[in-house]
Design a protein around this ligand. Structure first.
Ligand code: GLC
Length: 651
């Protein structure tokens, strides 16, 4: 590795070669100077001992310079504007949606015509689910990428993607895309060359001629898709080797012990930065480092690599924030924000997967104690970082929070998890549960299972519509809006999932498609019927009620700066176990957000407000648009079943 003392010389060589101008590129040189010691150190931690560590370090610096040089003027200006606003992504003005371009709009060309629908709703931040080339039938919804730089023809072209981004930016919208860092499709050029016997590319993957190392790995590695893709290795006949495939057989894990892999993937990261991506979702970062004798998840080296990526992004494409999609145990999720010297210098965002799952726990159980038991972890998020808050996404709902949290709430973890699985999965002879979902990736060896289903179906709308049960329809809409309100006001960037804004129920047609039938997550990935969507304009329809309710929630959030993610949330004491309540504060302003998770009316003593030492005689509810008069301590605020309030003290 280059000793630090030679870094200046290395710079000079590269600057000369690349035509970096001391005057014109002064800002860049300064940023590079600031970050290079850290980049050098982090890189050294991983690759110092590698025979090609040094030469690859030089390539890495070149990659940074090239990415900077090819950054569009407009994007550089956007970088500067973002830097001026401080941490731009904490703002309450942002509201997101995840969607599949093809299933939502048809393709990238038709996508702009759907932007008005999103603008009407109040969404200005789009997560386009993977759009890069991915083989049909073996695509994992686009998460098996065969070319990181070629837009899949079924969506359109790279030019169309760029033009969409420009259109979005001109409308004040933001773009989020994925980089699938952990693996490639086995059709990717690197995998193809590896299959053809090229040892340089075989080293891009974990490939073994003998079962002994795979067997050793298997001893400690859990299975991600135990039903559809058991085990973590797949035999490849062409190479005559076992390849590590943690996810599906067709997703080959990249080997980050090889500095060539890191450099090549960093180039892709910066390529996305230069496409104009505002937030890069790093898919499955928990898995990028593998080590025998471990679960191969959340290892310290994975964090080092993410920190290194963050430093490099700050140098070359600084306006792009990073989201780590770490859907892991609560205390592990927190580490993706960075720890120690790197606090708030790893991922800018993580998914608040713990809270999301706990919202579903509360909906099923009608009780809030398990959720509250998890807060001591969740509230440790460092200032300057943020959550993606969400109710549903394209993936299953994992019940990944810890058993001790359940036990702390006085429940038996095994029995409680079984209850949740039974509640949400429809098995035909369902008892009292209105939910219509399905178990995903059940593992009979461990008893684990996750849950698939749309927001609406899990909230009872599917069943209520089939039965034509009007009161049940009303109640499910109430639940949908309460679930959305909870994640919209919580703190973080709310990310809706397309279709939920108009109450899509499960779509079972995936069962007839052999490329999808093995994966029931497709039940909650609808193909949008715009005629159905247009019913949002007819008063009183289900679509209208859900759309207008969701829209109003986003409006309320946008009208109050205290909903920015300023780490300004505190939970209210649980005076009633059915009611979750938090306060958001900013200066003297505050907002009490209360949610009744039970199917019965809930009573909350007025003391719940006074004990915070901030009594007020009158409160204004932004949701029902009515004034609430605060009574004495032995009187109550009454919340209807699944009712919620967004209360602001009045002077
Ligand atoms: C992420 C994606 C999921 C995918 C997996 C493998 O968890 O969200 O959809 O199956 O990564 O790429």
């Amino acid at each position: 590795m280059y000793p630090e003392s030679l870094l200046a010389q290395l710079f000079q060589e590269i600057f000369l070669e690349k035509g970096i101008d001391e005057k014109k590129d002064r800002n860049f040189i300064q940023t590079l100077n600031e970050h290079l010691p850290k980049i050098h150190r982090l890189y050294g931690e991983i690759y110092a001992a590698h025979p090609e560590g040094e030469s690859q370090f030089k390539s890495l610096v070149k990659v940074l310079v090239e990415a900077y040089q090819s950054r569009e003027k407009g994007l550089r200006k956007r970088d500067e504007e973002k830097a001026k606003t401080g941490t731009w992504f904490l703002s309450n003005q942002l509201a997101g949606m995840s969607l599949y371009v093809d299933r939502f709009a048809g393709n990238l060309k038709t996508m702009p015509s759907k932007l008005p629908h999103l603008e009407e709703l109040g969404v200005n931040f789009l997560h386009l689910m993977p759009v890069f080339e991915s083989p049909q039938g073996e695509s994992d919804g686009g998460y098996a990428v065969s070319d990181f730089r070629k837009v899949d023809p079924r969506f359109g072209t790279l030019e169309e993607l760029i033009s969409l981004r420009k259109k979005m930016h001109s409308k004040g919208m933001y773009l989020m895309l994925d980089i699938v860092l952990n693996h490639t499709s086995h059709h990717h050029e690197w995998a193809q060359k590896a299959k053809g016997g090229d040892s340089y590319y075989q080293d891009f993957f974990y490939a073994y001629g003998h079962r002994s190392i795979p067997d050793e790995f298997e001893r400690d590695m859990p299975e991600i898709f135990p039903e559809s893709a058991p085990g973590n290795f797949t035999w490849n006949e062409e190479m005559g080797k076992w390849v590590m495939t943690v996810f599906h057989r067709y997703q080959w894990d990249l080997n980050y012990t090889n500095p060539h892999v890191f450099r090549a993937m960093l180039e892709n990261v910066l390529f996305y930065g230069n496409l104009g991506v505002d937030l890069l979702r790093i898919d499955a970062p928990a898995f990028i480092w593998k080590q025998l004798g471990t679960s191969c998840q959340n290892l310290p080296q994975a964090h080092t690599l993410l920190r290194l990526i963050k430093q490099c992004v700050q140098v070359a494409t600084p306006g792009m924030a990073i989201l780590g999609e770490a859907i892991v145990a609560p205390k592990e999720i927190m580490k993706y924000f960075g720890t120690g010297e790197f606090i708030a210098q790893e991922c800018d965002f993580a998914y608040n997967a713990t809270q999301m799952a706990l919202q579903w726990d509360m909906l099923a159980s009608g009780e809030t104690q398990v959720m509250l038991a998890a807060q001591h972890q969740i509230l440790q998020k460092p200032y300057g970082t943020s959550w993606i808050t969400y109710t549903r996404c394209h993936d299953d709902i994992g019940l990944g929070y810890d058993d001790y949290m359940i036990a702390q709430a006085g429940k038996d973890p095994y029995v409680h998890r079984k209850f949740l699985k039974d509640y949400f999965s429809f098995s035909g002879d369902q008892w009292m549960s209105p939910a219509r979902g399905a178990l995903f990736s059940s593992n009979p060896k461990t008893g684990d299972a996750r849950i698939s289903g749309t927001l609406a179906s899990l909230c009872g709308l599917e069943k209520a519509l089939i039965e034509g049960n009007e009161p049940a329809i009303d109640q499910s809409i109430q639940k949908i809006l309460m679930m959305q309100a909870h994640s919209i006001f919580l703190g973080g960037l709310p990310m809706l999932f397309y279709g939920d804004e108009v109450g899509y129920t499960n779509d079972y047609s995936y069962q007839n498609d052999p490329g999808k039938s093995y994966d029931n997550r497709w039940m909650h990935r609808p193909v949008i019927d715009w005629e159905k969507v247009s019913r949002k304009n007819e008063n009183g329809t289900v679509e209208n009620r859900i759309f207008s309710g969701t829209k109003r929630l986003l409006q309320i959030r946008k009208s109050h700066e205290l909903f920015s993610d300023l780490s300004n949330i505190s939970w209210m004491s649980p005076h009633n176990i059915h009611v979750a309540g938090f306060v958001r504060r900013m200066g003297n302003a505050r907002m009490y957000c209360l949610f009744n998770f039970s199917d019965k009316a809930a009573y909350l003593t007025w003391y719940a407000f006074r004990e915070l030492g901030e009594g007020s005689a009158r409160l204004w509810d932004h949701w029902t648009e009515s004034e609430v008069e605060v009574g004495p301590d032995h009187e109550y605020l009454i919340l209807e079943p699944y009712g919620f309030r967004v209360l602001e003290p009045k002077a």
